[in-house]
Design a protein around this ligand. Sequence first.
Ligand code: GDD
Length: 333
Amino acid sequence: MAKIALITGINGQDGKYLSELLIKKGYIVHGIRRGSPQADIKNEKEIYVHYSDLTDYAELFKIIQEVKPDEIYNLAAQSNVKVSFEKPEYTTLTNALVPLKILEIIQTLGLERKTRFFQASTGELFGNSQEVPQRESTPFYPKSPYAVSKLYAHWICVNYREAYNIFACNGILFNHESPIRPENFVTRKITKATVRIKKGLQDKLYLGNLNAKRDWGFAGDYVKAMWLMLQQDKPDDYIIATGEAHSVRELVEFAFREVNIEIKWEGKGLNEVGKDASNGRTLVEIDPAFYRPVEANLLVGDPSKARDILGWKPSISFEELVRMMTKNDMNLV
Ligand code: GDD
């Protein structure tokens, strides 16, 4: 009998990659998304899409009761860290309370023995990193309303696992990107801008903190780890990361190199600019609007546990990821 999976956030980047993977594996895939049935998503024909707002408990209850999934992947979130400072309450309602509701429903319906639960936890939990690289044992120190909301989600997942024996796993996912990453995340913002600048469609790229370092991997690899976690004998939490840190500044340099532009940096702080080394034209400037009130400066995960227990490792390097995204934008723009 084919397994049944239910994915929240089916229309997000990870929802798209995960549904493709599960369909290939022969799953029957159900997805929940906001909006109306007219909206168009890739793969829709192969996915049973439920249009629902996840804050609606009664509807969520009905969907889970009807579908009786073998696996639930909670990928829906207000996932933008900067936005969480502007919408802290909405971020909390979505990110913290939805996983609680799902776990409650699993328990209320007596599905503890049937339904396995994956929670998209995050490297942002480590915020003001107490150890480099961050491991599963590194203390958390969240630095944004987003990270604090995800901290609740992380622990409620652990708590329901311990209290009610629910097969619940946290994937502590570090940044993961792809050609379908939206532009409000820095990777896609940069790759799209480099291509537009190269083609003369945009003058400059405005960015915030260039010094932040992140561990960027490929989303297609990360959804495999999610699936693997739910196929183990025991539920557990795993860091999913590449183990390599790069700064936003390096990301800019790599992306421009893909379109044959060498960036030379001049100035300091808010006055720092990135110039085209061949002609001195300013292509990158700082806009303080993109700064966050506080933020994690260095996030880099140690994926050893996932490698040893799940047999998982990333297949795409930072350089390959930037190339893949820039190439795709070249074709799109
Ligand atoms: N978005 C954005 N836009 N970020 C910028 C910009 C800009 O113009 N300029 C500099 N940055 C810096 C941010 O300050 C941050 O340090 C870094 O680029 C990455 O920002 P994002 O791409 O927005 O991602 P994030 O690291 O805040 O969060 C992502 O990864 C987390 C896992 O580590 C998101 O996907 C989260 O949902 C996820 O949990």
